[in-house]
Design a protein around this ligand. Sequence first.
Ligand code: FPP
Length: 241
Amino acid sequence: MDGNGRWAQRRHHPRVFGHVRGASRIKPVVREAERLGVKALTLYAFSTENWTRPEEELGVLWKILKKFLKREADELDARNVRLRVIGELERLGPDVREVLDPVIARLSKNTGLQLTFAVSYGSRREIARAARLFAEDCVSGKRHPSDLQERGDDLLEEYLWTADLGELAQVDLVIRTSGEKRISNFLLWQAAYAEFVFLDLCWPDFSPQDFEQAVVEYSNRDRRFGGLGQKKELKTGGIRA
Ligand code: FPP
């Protein structure tokens, strides 16, 4: 959800105004994902690097997240949306966890759109953590290093924050707003074969129509997964914004 700060500054507003407007884009985007038949949607809300932002901005971001959860939990539940959060949850303040944890628990049985917020998320950290957890399992005797040779990628995926998403953890499409053309430590493993759509507009201007257009562009891409294969339909439904 990139470009909130620039969007606000261009309008001579404080950066946090962009975050408020950015958060208001989430609901229409979630609805559009449902309408398009997307099965999984991950929104990159806060990276491990974002902790370096000024205290004041961080405070507003947590406030926005709490407000969003309080305001939207009922409707998300009614729409059968499941919410997950990936990232270093242990770094979030107790006031955030107090709101977040019950919402995650409440929506945990829902079988509709699988919505994930990446919060205090960094993909390198996720992969390093997976390696550590695997090593710990080897030390305890639960696993053996040769398991990685036998089961390879599938096995390491069980240690990633996205493990719980199963096949949906594989990303089909990454949409990046704000004109930047980089991946910024987002789902590096999971997006190995993702298609990318880069948009010049900032996240607060991202509309359901932009989302639909990106999906149409995606569906016209020829995904070969390194082989010579033919065009594939949306395989897993893992659209990421
Ligand atoms: C990136 O824009 C956006 C963020 C760091 C925060 C995004 C958070 C929200 C929209 C609200 C809270 C989250 C949820 C899930 C309700 P930027 O500030 O890096 O923009 P810039 O690149 O223009 O400075």
